[in-house]
Design a protein around this ligand. Structure first.
Ligand code: AMP
Ligand code: MG
Length: 316
């Protein structure tokens, strides 16, 4: 069992693992998080794999300093500044415009990114040690309760995480409050900071449906979804004439005659494929093609999550 107490040695191990593509569970003041370096797409794909989610869910990006926000967000509205001033570090997550360098798998293809600065000393020490933002959802398998003790994580994820840092029971035991700033301040998820406290700073919050982005990723008009019509089809069965003005998204095979092609993993590795998935869709979508032909992906592990996303895109 990769369980270690959050001593300075434990924290140093966590930092070394995270810098080298590891996935580490650590305590925050809300619940335990399962983190990876935000820039490391394969490590982020492993988070989804470990959680066993049948679909992608945008992850919260954790920062140690206010100045790190600019690394992941392209713009910080005035209302966000006021909330940062009042509530950070702490259990408030802000949804901001995504910086183009943030990998698509972190935001599940959305044009926005969720950011927070945790106050837990262990989470902060890890972030400072890594020196870069970490993408981290709650460290629970899909559909389970959020973990408030290291044992919860160990029982559910066991040896599949590279390291579980035990920092005792989390303080709030409740997820962060998620607020979007634009077009108007809105409450996306009630959490550890009362909505009333936030309203005292930015005025009345619009109450949007909880987890709307997750129930319907890409279906909200403000969020990214491919504009190019997409169909799921075995590209080998598509005629040469039909290929000429279309793009193809495949797992490992190369298909001739398409205007553009993206192969997700030459080795057919689903983790590598998931790591490249959203960015490949983005690139194909930007080419102004008539259509995207997506090859069906294996319906297990991360293939399921990618198929879920393709089916939504095909249904538009
Ligand atoms: P957690 O499991 O507590 O880390 O929470 C992750 C949740 O943050 C997701 O399930 C979403 O509800 C929310 N979230 C993350 N990114 C975004 C975003 N860009 N827009 C809206 N909600 C987001
Ligand atoms: Mg969660």
């Amino acid at each position: 069992m990769p369980l270690s107490s959050a001593t300075s040695d434990g924290i140093a191990r966590a930092v070394a693992l995270l810098r080298n593509g590891g996935v580490v569970a650590f305590p925050t003041e809300t619940v335990y998080g399962l983190g990876a370096l935000v820039w490391d797409t394969r490590a982020v794909a492993r988070i989804f794999e470990l959680k066993g989610r049948p679909s992608f869910d945008p992850l919260i990006v954790h920062v140690a300093h206010r100045s790190w926000v600019e690394r992941v967000a392209s713009r910080i509205p005035q209302t966000a500044e006021a909330l940062v001033e009042r509530f950070w570090p702490g259990p408030l997550t802000l949804v901001l415009d995504r910086h183009p360098r943030v990998p698509g798998i972190v935001t599940a293809g959305l044009g926005t990114v969720a950011v927070r600065m945790p106050s837990h000393p262990v989470a902060r020490a890890i972030l400072r040690g890594v020196g870069e933002p970490l993408a981290a959802p709650s460290a629970n398998p899909f559909g389970y309760l959020s973990p408030t003790r290291a044992e919860h994580v160990a029982d559910a994820l066991g040896a599949r995480a590279d390291l579980i840092l035990d920092g005792g029971r989390t303080h709030h035991g409740l997820e962060s409050t998620i607020v979007a700033l634009e077009p108007a301040p809105a409450l996306l998820r009630p959490g550890a900071i009362a909505a009333e406290s936030i309203e005292a700073v930015v005025g009345p919050l619009e109450r949007r449906r909880q987890n709307a982005a997750v129930l319907a990723p890409g279906q909200l008009p403000v969020h990214y979804a491919p504009h190019t019509p997409l169909r799921i089809i075995e590209p080998g069965e598509v005629t040469p004439a039909e290929r000429r003005r279309a793009g193809v998204l495949s797992l490992r095979e190369a298909f001739e005659g398409y205007a553009a092609a993206r192969r997700l993993s030459e080795r057919g590795d689903l983790r590598e494929a998931a790591a490249a998935f959203f960015d490949a869709l983005h690139e194909l979508d930007a080419l102004g093609l008539e259509r995207i032909d997506a090859q069906p992906l294996p319906a297990h592990a991360l293939g399921l999550a990618m198929m879920d996303r393709l089916e939504r895109a095909a249904a538009r």
